[in-house]
Design a protein around this ligand. Structure first.
Ligand code: SF4
Length: 331
């Protein structure tokens, strides 16, 4: 990886209520270079969105707590930063595209005003009203929406067009890091393909670093340089896209993820779902969290948490790799 723009180290996040504690993210570490894209993949409840909200410092105020670790962005410690400084970073240097464009947009503001509002909030360059309107036109054109439509309201746009507006708002200030949280989940398949190729093209043009959160391995293969697989709040495998898509060694959960997606080249007649469900995050199993669902689980897996094993930049957290050739325990 080139010089790290974002470094997440041993991040641990809990949701604490009077009744229970949810162990949402458990000591995850990864880094991201400028202009690079990392895919965060895993089932619903794996901790992907909580990781993103922690980076944005948007965890629910009363219950969400970062209880350990560090998040450094361009060398600055985001978790130690006063809220007013974080507000200057949020939207301008780090922007997020949320899952559902219907709830991300204000229904009583024109789309042009919503983009202008983002520019106005972070107007370090002292743009005049005319210059802000010019920039609104520019970003609308960038996402393929004719600027004449800026005076229309969100309900006048289709689902795919609304998501383009959300992307235009996120990109208006040219952030250094863009977090896209399931950006195409609410869209139908043909529109998904258009939106993904547009995000890719804009990322390449603007050299924006990106975290792509998805459970769709196809999207990851099309967009990401590196891939991090999360399970029950932990990062169980991370590597380059080649390691994950072309390499032979994988965490049993990653093998399960690949087995549960359609592959036209595979001779298998049926998909192989991963049996069982993600463990209850208020009571994670002792040992390896995947052990209740893993076909290779042993007594050791049920009692002792596995170490992380590495081969080059590829890291896997699983007892199976303790004596596998070419792999060594992470110091
Ligand atoms: Fe399966 Fe054991 Fe590896 Fe966990 S540590 S993934 S249970 S083999």
């Amino acid at each position: 990886m080139n010089e790290a723009l974002l470094e997440v180290k041993d991040l641990t996040v809990k949701y604490v209520t009077d009744l229970e504690t949810v162990h949402a993210v458990n000591r995850i570490s990864f880094s991201l270079g400028r202009g690079q894209t990392i895919g965060l993949v895993g089932e619903t409840g794996a901790g992907k969105t909580t990781t993103a909200l922690s980076i944005m410092r948007l965890l629910p105020e009363r219950t969400g707590k970062v209880t350990g670790g560090e998040i450094r962005f361009a060398g600055q410690d985001l978790l130690a930063m006063p809220e007013h400084e974080m507000q200057a970073i949020r939207g301008e240097k780090i922007a997020m595209i949320f899952q559902d464009p219907m709830t991300s947009l204000n229904p009583v503001m024109t789309v042009g005003d919503q983009i202008a509002e983002a520019l106005d909030l972070h107007n370090d360059q002292g743009r005049s009203r005319e210059q802000i309107q010019e920039r609104v036109d520019e970003v609308l054109s960038m996402v393929g929406i004719p600027p004449q439509r800026k005076s229309e309201y969100p309900h006048q746009f289709s689902g795919g067009m609304k998501q383009r507006v959300v992307i235009a708002i996120a990109l208006a200030c040219e952030p250094e890091l863009l977090i896209a949280d399931e950006p195409t989940t609410a869209l139908d398949v043909t529109i998904q393909a258009q939106v993904i190729s547009m995000i890719r093209e804009l990322r390449d043009r603007l050299q924006t670093a990106m975290i792509m959160i998805t459970h769709d391995l196809g999207i990851v293969a099309q967009t990401c340089d590196n891939v991090a697989v999360m399970y029950a709040g932990a990062l169980i495998e991370i590597g380059s896209a080649e390691d994950i898509f072309l390499g032979g060694d994988h965490h049993p959960y990653t093998v399960g993820l690949f087995g549960s997606i359609p592959n036209l080249r595979s001779k298998a007649k049926r998909l192989t779902p991963i049996p069982g469900l993600m463990p209850d995050p208020t009571h994670l199993p002792e040992g390896c969290s995947f052990s209740p669902r893993c076909p290779h689980a042993t007594e050791q897996c049920r009692t002792a948490p596995p170490a992380v094993y590495t081969r080059g930049s590829h890291r896997i957290c699983c007892h199976l790799f303790a004596d596998r050739e070419g792999w060594k325990e992470d110091a």
